[in-house]
Design a protein around this ligand. Structure first.
Ligand SMILES: Cc1cc2nc3c(=O)[nH]c(=O)nc-3n(C[C@H](O)[C@H](O)[C@H](O)COP(=O)(O)OP(=O)(O)OC[C@H]3O[C@@H](n4cnc5c(N)ncnc54)[C@H](O)[C@@H]3O)c2cc1C
Length: 405
């Protein structure tokens, strides 16, 4: 099978590949399932099986242990994976698979690629993203976590916040300031932080959904090998943007957190006897259109990831609003102690707590990966060519920028 088929051979190559993927899923679904595994462990087992079957690194270079296939094969894989109802391995591992590992693949040294790509893709190692800080979210380049070189190591001190999955991460992709005497974007480096060490403490943050999806991470003289820099020291802003592009693109494509699915809302309207209500029908039609639009936008090559992310955000908000109306009063008067048992994207139980979960979780769509306002600023400046936001501190050495203490 050719890796990069021309138009004549593409159909055959894709068809052969589709059969390969189908037979993998067929075999995998017939395997005996160990009882009592957590969802994370089930996903870990799936990723290991997928990687060992040669389907875990389709578009990674052969030298990095991948298949070197073109993106269209990844799309074929995704189509097949989407048609399955069981876990597809992404949940809990998205930060590594969709963001950290592609960034290391594109910009990491051969040693970093050799060390991290295989174990990460196989689900043997879990990643988190250590970007946001209490004083640096949208203004990420204002971060103050510092890394100071000490012989063969970087010594890192600072605080991160909203770090998804930090409680079970083995490694974090960390932005830290390594030079304070240059403008803020120029003094940042991207490091790989081992999470299991004395200088790293993780504390869960409980959300209104009753789950603790993200965490505070306190870093006190934690150690990083000197070579575990992605890109070059001081070049971290470029790396940060590269990873954010992967993040926004994967969020736009539907990885991770999901809007409440339209077909579930249609079922809810039917079961409540509301499906003939013209306002309800109008809302459901709007949501069904939104679902299609997002699907079609994602088929466009070269589309700016902020566009698809904004569409999903809007879809999530509208779906939550419609659910709140349809599930009234059950969707509001929920049993809070059960709500956290509902998994994101799973709307399968019947006591109303899953609607409450979806409604309370929907604001997160607008925040994670950068807020709606920041996506709009990005589109205004980078796509529409509007003037940049005024920022008086862009050229000032970071150490001279006034700060709250
Ligand atoms: C579910 C979830 C998971 C997350 N996971 C992670 C993670 O794993 N790792 C990580 O590092 N971070 C994570 N985050 C953090 C997320 O990236 C930040 O919340 C986000 O970037 C916003 O930063 P902030 O919360 O500090 O808000 P702020 O930056 O303080 O923004 C507050 C408000 O001001 C607006 N605003 C700020 N600046 C501007 C501007 N220039 N123009 C217009 N409006 C502006 C914002 O849009 C927002 O409405 C997560 C967040 C959520 C909700």
């Amino acid at each position: 099978m050719s890796n990069f088929p021309n138009d004549m051979t593409a159909g055959v190559a894709f068809a052969e590949f589709r059969v390969e993927v189908q037979s993998f899923f067929h075999e995998y679904d017939r395997r005996p399932v160990a009882p009592g595994l957590s969802r994370l462990d089930r996903n870990r087992a799936f990723l290991a099986a997928r990687y060992d079957a040669g389907l875990g690194a389709l578009d990674y270079p052969v030298d990095d242990g991948g298949r070197g296939l073109d993106r269209r094969f990844v799309d074929v894989y995704r189509q097949e994976a989407r048609s399955r109802t069981t876990d597809d391995g992404g949940s809990g591992f998205g930060v590594g698979l969709d963001m950290c590992l592609p960034t290391i693949r594109d910009h990491g040294s051969p040693e970093l690629r050799q060390r991290f790509l295989g174990p990460g893709l196989r689900g043997d190692e879990h990643w988190c993203q250590l970007y946001s800080e209490p004083g640096a979210g949208s203004d990420l380049a204002g971060l103050t976590t510092r890394a100071v070189r000490d012989g063969d190591e970087w010594v890192v001190t600072g605080q991160k916040v909203w770090t998804s999955g930090a409680d079970h991460a083995d490694f974090g992709i960390l932005l830290a300031r390594t030079d304070w005497d240059v403008p803020k974007h120029a003094g940042v480096s991207m490091l790989v932080l081992p999470m299991s060490q004395p200088g790293v403490a993780v504390r869960a943050i409980h959300q209104m959904t009753d789950v603790a999806h993200f965490n505070e991470v306190f870093i006190d003289e934690a150690r990083v090998p000197v070579d575990w820099v992605v890109g070059d020291p001081g070049n971290g802003w470029k790396m940060a943007v590269a990873l954010l592009t992967y993040e926004r693109s994967s969020l736009g494509k539907g990885s991770g957190r999901q809007p409440i699915p339209t077909d579930r809302l249609i079922e809810l309207a039917r079961s409540n006897g509301r499906s003939q209500d013209p306002v309800v029908r109008q809302n459901l039609a709007r949501l069904a259109t939104g679902t299609k639009l997002i699907e079609w936008l994602n088929l466009r090559t070269g589309i700016h990831p902020s566009i698809t992310k904004l569409w999903r955000t809007q879809q999530g908000r509208t779906a939550a609003h419609v659910a709140a109306g349809l599930a009234w009063p059950g969707g509001i008067a929920w049993d809070g102690s059960r709500m956290g048992a509902t998994q994101p994207g799973r709307f399968a139980d019947t006591d109303g707590s899953h609607w409450a979960y979806g409604i309370c979780d929907s604001p997160a769509l607008s925040l994670a990966g950068g807020t709606d306002e920041i996506q709009k600023n990005t589109l205004g400046e980078r796509v529409l060519g509007l003037p940049r936001e005024p920022a008086g501190d862009r050229d000032t050495p970071f150490s001279q920028i006034p700060k709250n203490v």
